[in-house]
Design a protein around this ligand. Structure first.
Ligand SMILES: [Fe+2]
Ligand SMILES: [Fe+2]
Length: 181
């Protein structure tokens, strides 16, 4: 990222990066790294993609940074589970950072690719409910957070790259369908 873009990115999210509750995410392990590092990578990639697709940069930077803003690991509490943590993160983002409705919705729908995967293979996380209508991204910003999280996660979890590549293909197909009009 160039210095100008880096400065702009920082100005959009500095209040979050300095916040004592957000700094708690440094303690949580996520995809073999800290949740803080993972979230920062997703936010920076979302910002880059946001510039490319000319969307609301503040929304993608902030939603990217807060997309996994829940406390503890996904196994610790039911509300942190594989498919429920986006709802928890979205509520936390509203509560601690008063994010916009668009940002909250983008956070809530960031696991859409996993919802699709679960519909194809229902035995994955058998006890979790997955609603396509509820968790399909409702804006371009939402799609960007979803794709950025997927790509960053694939880089962080190299051994699952094949699964994630398949997810990307599915996601892109749905993207094309959604934006064909
Ligand atoms: Fe997540
Ligand atoms: Fe994530």
């Amino acid at each position: 990222m160039t210095k100008n873009k880096s400065n702009e990115f920082d100005s959009l999210v500095s209040d979050i990066l300095e916040n004592e509750y957000f700094l708690e995410t440094k303690k949580d392990l996520h995809h073999g790294t800290s949740k803080y590092e993972h979230s920062l990578r997703v936010a920076k990639l979302s910002y880059r993609l946001g510039r490319l697709f000319k969307v609301d940069l503040k929304a993608v930077a902030r939603a990217g940074l807060l997309h996994d803003f829940f406390f503890g690991t996904r196994k610790e509490k039911p509300e942190n589970s594989y498919l429920r943590h986006p709802v928890t993160a979205s509520c936390n983002a509203k509560r601690y950072f008063n994010v916009t409705d668009k940002e909250a919705e983008a956070i809530k729908t960031h696991m859409f690719h996993h919802v699709l995967l679960k519909k194809l293979f229902p035995f994955i996380n058998r006890h979790e409910e997955a609603s396509i209508k509820e968790f399909k991204p409702k804006s371009k910003e939402g799609w960007i957070i979803c794709v950025a999280d997927l790509l960053v996660s694939a880089m962080e979890l190299e051994r699952f790259q094949f699964t994630y590549a398949a997810n990307v293909a599915l996601l892109l197909m749905f993207n094309v369908i959604m934006f064909k009009n």
